[in-house]
Design a protein around this ligand. Structure first.
Ligand SMILES: Cc1cc2nc3c(=O)[nH]c(=O)nc-3n(C[C@H](O)[C@H](O)[C@H](O)COP(=O)(O)O)c2cc1C
Length: 212
């Protein structure tokens, strides 16, 4: 049984967060999901997914998932008194997806300016699993140094980079394959059908695409 915290920030790639949230919500291994969306995250989710989200109440779950969920607890990014702001509240893992360079810098410098930063800081101080999915291109030296700093502290840096060895045919294929990789790192099981099993499995499948 797992409890997971998801932070969504104002980097491009909201669709990864939407898909991951849906996968975690459907998974019986996951009993609770704490969701925090930064102010910029609300804006980018709106821009990229065409949703009108508030980011601060349960309606955002309906907007992202297309239905309500008792499993998902939404916290305002301004609520620094929320449960996830304290180390005494147990969370097995936190993932920030997508993670902006601003949030990356705030975490790397210990500046807990909003609940996403604070919850991440708590995960690090409590020596729990923190996964960051940074998204920016190109990367400058500050971005790279911040990632290196966090990687050296045990934070998993999993850049939002889709792969192509499974012959995706649609954007959904790309997203799904990537979120399955995130589930692997969260220690949550899934019915991944696109694991690399050596070249033979994919021979002659350039027109075939993913098994779905
Ligand atoms: C449509 C849109 C896309 C953006 N994409 C990125 C991005 O990919 N990476 C990034 O670091 N910032 C991106 N930004 C800028 C961040 O949203 C901005 O730096 C913000 O202050 C980050 O705040 P946050 O970390 O609290 O979410 C984007 C902004 C907009 C409006």
């Amino acid at each position: 049984m797992k409890t997971i915290t998801i932070g969504i920030t104002g980097a491009s790639g909201s669709v990864y967060a939407q898909r991951l949230l849906a996968q975690l919500n459907e998974n019986p291994e996951v009993t609770r999901i704490d969701l925090v969306i930064s102010q910029a995250g609300v804006r980018v989710v709106g821009e990229e997914l065409g949703l009108k989200v508030t980011g601060t109440d349960a309606r955002v779950v309906r907007e992202l998932l297309g239905k309500d969920s008792d499993k998902v607890k939404v916290h305002s990014a301004n609520d620094i008194g929320a449960t996830v702001a304290s180390g005494s509240y147990l969370s097995d893992a936190m993932i920030i997806v997508p993670c902006s360079m601003g949030t990356l810098a705030a975490i790397a410098s210990g500046m807990s300016r909003d609940l996403v930063h604070r919850a991440a800081d708590v995960m690090m101080k409590e020596n729990r699993t923190l996964i960051i999915v940074p998204r920016e291109t190109p990367l400058n030296a500050i971005h790279l140094e911040n990632m290196l700093k966090l990687a050296r502290l045990g934070v998993r840096i999993i850049p939002a980079m889709p792969s192509f060895y499974h012959f995706p045919k649609t954007i959904e294929d790309l997203v799904e394959h990537f979120t399955h990789r995130l589930l692997d790192h969260l220690g949550v099981g899934h019915s991944q059908k696109t694991r690399w099993e050596g070249s033979r499995k994919t021979e002659g499948r350039r027109d075939g695409g993913m098994e779905r």
